[in-house]
Structure formats: structure tokens, C-alpha cells
Design a protein around this ligand. Structure first.
Ligand code: TGC
Ligand code: FAD
Length: 394
């Protein structure tokens, strides 16, 4: 597997638009990914597991957990640097980038942005170091794209809240030390930081996944789970709370998915140069070159788009519909590229010896989570027309 950042198909030298610091950060993460992650990924994927508690402290040492947050042990990196880190990690596997996204952009960001000073000091340093693993529970069995319809309830009882409900498809829930859980209250929605050893909290694992196998996924079952008011995120009472966190994670995916596509293309390029068909290298045929050219053009355009969105985010000017443009484009393009790369590998492409099909399988999840492609089309449609089309009008 190649995670080489300056792959030959960066035809328009997008890398030249990076600063020296950005290149250094990118290369440092790529080096870690090549040494620590890439040699193990096929085994983790085949076993359908990820050693999260071993990996999180290593990712913490690398400085990528909550890396774009300030203070509390976080690296205070730029948004562009964060995107580049996601790209290098997802070049190995989307499940690994998910671990970084969920920890930093969802669980840590929720506490950093909406939490009290005491909550930030209590949780964030351990989460940045990777000694505390977090998860983020928004989706429910009957409320995925439409979280406003959630059934999980938080009822006030003296100084406590009592949480009841079920969350579904929650990355890292079975191995997390702390869960940020969103619930409906009498007057809106609220977020709670729940230590996972609290009575009434359980997180059974979801198994038999065909996608994102190198990632731990679970339910969260809240059965009268009692949480003190001091663990409620005090600064938000509406869906603005979770949706603000989603902006961060979706942004990381814009870069991340392109890492998976880049690795698939790099793998395919290597394969076609050595594979002989009809007495010639596969790379020498026009149909092969047409495929490679189209994929490289799409990848380069998408990288340029990602970088523009990174620059907008660093300038504090990135709007949610622009994040949707990037998330929709990167996931679609990456899925198409990884599938096309698999065709170039023939039968060899269906094994774990090569990355394209593993990436393609993962990208089915990436297309769906953090807002499905359709949710992002509708967000862009709303920005263009001023009309919301998420809900049927009665
Ligand atoms: P709507 O009525 O429009 O808004 C409700 C409140 O939220 C505010 N808001 C936003 N705030 C920040 N960023 C955004 N992008 C926001 N969009 C809306 C809005 O201003 C309002 O605030 P307030 O205080 O005035 O009440 O919301 P809606 O119910 O119509 O829903 C809109 C919709 C469909 C776009 C939203 O529900 C949505 O994005 N649905 C998709 C759900 C989703 O993406 N779930 C992801 C779960 S987490 C996950 O998948 C992790 S995967 C693991 C990994 O990342 O690796
Ligand atoms: P649904 O909402 O039921 O959608 C089904 C189909 O209907 C989709 O094609 C959708 O686009 C379409 N659809 C829905 N509404 C409309 C509409 N108005 N118009 C047209 N089409 C529509 N969630 C978390 O909270 N935390 C996590 O850590 C997390 N991790 C995940 C990890 C994995 C591996 C996966 C697969 C999911 C994860 N999720 C997580 C859940 C993910 O965010 C949801 O799966 C996603 O939001 C879609 O919800 P759903 O699966 O219920 O699909």
C-alpha cells in the first residue's frame, strides 16, 4: 500500500498550494500512517475489529485528536492541517479516520464548543491524549437523517436528568469511556456527557458489517440512566448543538475520502504497470489510460475544492451548504474512483491484498454517515432556491 503524499497523479501540483508547515504536518501524519497503521489494516478489516484503546494514545501522541481545537491539551492546528491529517489517515482506511473524526470533531468539539469550563477541564485533556475515548450518540433506529424526530428523552429529576432511549450505529460506543448523547427535553434538545460506566448505560456491539469493518460500531441503550445536571452541555438547547458538531466532522471527510481515493489510484497505477495482458503491460492500453486519466482529473479537481473549503474555514467563512458541496463531491468521487480502480485489478482486486475494494466498501458508509448524499443535495438545493425540501408540506 502506498500512502505517498506526492503521488504522480497530482498533475496540477495542488501540493504547491500548501504552506511549508502544512506539508510538514501532512508528511508527519503520512509517516505515522505508513509505519503504524498500514501494516495492520488488512488484518483489522478481516477480523472486523480495531484495537481502539491501543491506537487512541498513539494518535494522541501524534497530536491529531481534537487537533483543530485550542487549549486543554489540543494542538490548535489550522482547519487545513486538520483536513490534511484526515486525508493521510483515510489513505489507510476510513475506519481509522472515523476514530479521529468521532473523537475530535464530534465528542471533543461538542464539549469544547458547548461545554462548561469545568466540563472542558475534566474531559478534554484526556481525550486529546487518547487515554479517554469518546463517542457521539445522535442517530436512532427510527431517526437518522431526521434527528429532530429522536425519541430519546431526558427528564429532569431534582439535580439530575434521567435518560431513556436507544441510539444506533454509534462509532466507538462499545469501547468508549464517555458518550456525548443528545436527547429531547421538555423545551427542546440537550446534550449530555455520560460516563459509560454509569448505571443504565450499555452499548452492545453491531457486528456482521460489510463496510467500515476496521471500526467498532454499537448501539447505546439508555435505561433510566441518571446523569447530574453538571454533565448537561449548558450552552445549547436546540438541534444547533449536534448539527454544529456535524459541520466539523463533515469537513474532515471532504479531505479524508480523497485520501482513500488517492491510495486506490496509487495501488491501481502500480498494478497496471506490472500486469501483462495480451502480451503487453496493462498500462499500455488506451482504455486503461482513459480510466486513469479520468480518475486523476476528478481527484485533482476534488483536492482543489477541498483546499478552497479549507481556506474558507481557516478564514472563518465556511458555510454549512459549502461543507455539503465538499462532502457530497468527495464521497461520490472517491466511491467512483475506488470502484474503477478495482476493475483494473481484475480478480486480484477482490482480495484484501489490495486496497481499492476495501476502500470502496468503506466509502458506502462514508456516503451515508454524516448526512447522506441526498441530505447534502437537499442542503445545496435549499441554498440555491431558498426552499426546504427535507419535509413534505402537509
Ligand atoms: P433545522 O430546523 O433546519 O435546524 C434546527 C436547528 O439547527 C440549526 N442548524 C444548524 N446549525 C449548525 N450547523 C448546521 N449545519 C445547521 N443546520 C441547522 C438551525 O439554525 C436550528 O437552530 P435553532 O437554534 O434556531 O433551533 O433542522 P431540520 O430538523 O430541518 O434538519 C435539517 C437537516 C436535515 C439538514 C439535519 O437534520 C441533518 O443534517 N440531517 C442529517 C443527520 C446527520 O448527518 N447525522 C449524522 C450523525 S453523526 C455521524 O454520522 C457520525 S459518523 C462517524 C464519523 O464521522 O466518522
Ligand atoms: P435514513 O435516514 O433512514 O435514510 C434512508 C434513505 O432515505 C437514504 O438514502 C436517505 O438519503 C433517504 N432519505 C431520508 N430522508 C429523505 C428525504 N427527505 N428526501 C429524500 N431522501 C431521503 N450516527 C451517530 O449519531 N454517531 C455515530 O458515531 C455514527 N457512526 C456511524 C457509523 C457507521 C458505520 C454508519 C453506517 C452510520 C453511523 N451513524 C452514526 C449513523 C449515520 O449518521 C446514519 O446512518 C445516517 O445519518 C442516515 O440515517 P439512516 O441510516 O437512519 O438512514
Amino acid at each position: 500500500m502506498s500512502t505517498a503524499p506526492t503521488a504522480p497523479f497530482d498533475l496540477i501540483v495542488v501540493d504547491s498550494l500548501l504552506t511549508d508547515d502544512e506539508r510538514l504536518l501532512r508528511d508527519t501524519v503520512a509517516d505515522f500512517a505508513t509505519r503504524e497503521l498500514a501494516p495492520n489494516i488488512a488484518g483489522w478489516y478481516e477480523d472486523g475489529t480495531l484495537p481502539v484503546s491501543d491506537l487512541a494514545p498513539k494518535l494522541g501522541d501524534l497530536g491529531v485528536l481534537g487537533m483543530h481545537l485550542e487549549g486543554y491539551g489540543c494542538a490548535g492546528a489550522s482547519a487545513t492541517e486538520y483536513g490534511l491529517a484526515c486525508m493521510e489517515i483515510e489513505a489507510v482506511d476510513s475506519g481509522l479516520r472515523s476514530l479521529v473524526s468521532v473523537q475530535g470533531s464530534l465528542a471533543m468539539f461538542a464539549i469544547h464548543h458547548w461545554g462548561s469550563e469545568e466540563q472542558k477541564e475534566h474531559y478534554l485533556p484526556g481525550m486529546a491524549a487518547g487515554s479517554t475515548v469518546g463517542c457521539f450518540g445522535l442517530t436512532e433506529p427510527d431517526a437518522g437523517s431526521d434527528p429532530a424526530n429522536m425519541r430519546t428523552r431526558a427528564t429532569r429529576d431534582g439535580d439530575d436528568w434521567v435518560l431513556t432511549g436507544t441510539k444506533m450505529w454509534i462509532t466507538n460506543a462499545p469501547v468508549a469511556d464517555v458518550a456525548v448523547v443528545w436527547a429531547r427535553t421538555e423545551d427542546g434538545y440537550a446534550g449530555f456527557i455520560v460516563d459509560t460506566d454509569t448505571e443504565g448505560f450499555s452499548a452492545p456491539e453491531i457486528t456482521r458489517k460489510l463496510s467500515l469493518r476496521a471500526s467498532v460500531t454499537g448501539e447505546i441503550v439508555l435505561d433510566g440512566c441518571r446523569v447530574p445536571d453538571a454533565r448537561r452541555l449548558p450552552h445549547v438547547h436546540s438541534l444547533r448543538g449536534p448539527l454544529t458538531c456535524l459541520n466539523e466532522a463533515r469537513y474532515g471527510i471532504i479531505f479524508g475520502a480523497l485520501g482513500a481515493a488517492r491510495d486506490a489510484l496509487s495501488t491501481a497505477l502500480g498494478y497496471v504497470s506490472t500486469r501483462q495482458v495480451f502480451d503487453s503491460p496493462l498500462s499500455s492500453f488506451q482504455l486503461t489510460q482513459a480510466k486513469l486519466a479520468d480518475m486523476a482529473v476528478e481527484l485533482d479537481k476534488s483536492y482543489l475544492l477541498a483546499l478552497q473549503l479549507g481556506r474558507l474555514k481557516d478564514a472563518g467563512e465556511l458555510a454549512p451548504h459549502q461543507i455539503s458541496v465538499g462532502k457530497l463531491n468527495s464521497t461520490r468521487v472517491a466511491l467512483e474512483i475506488t470502484r474503477e480502480c478495482r476493475t483494473l485489478l481484475g480478480a486480484s482486486g477482490i482480495t484484501l491484498e489490495y486496497s481499492p475494494l476495501r476502500h470502496a466498501n468503506n466509502l458506502e458508509s462514508v456516503l451515508t454517515y454524516e448526512g447522506t448524499a441526498e441530505m447534502h443535495q437537499l442542503t445545496i438545493g435549499q441554498a440555491l432556491t431558498g426552499e426546504q425540501a427535507f419535509r413534505n408540506r402537509s
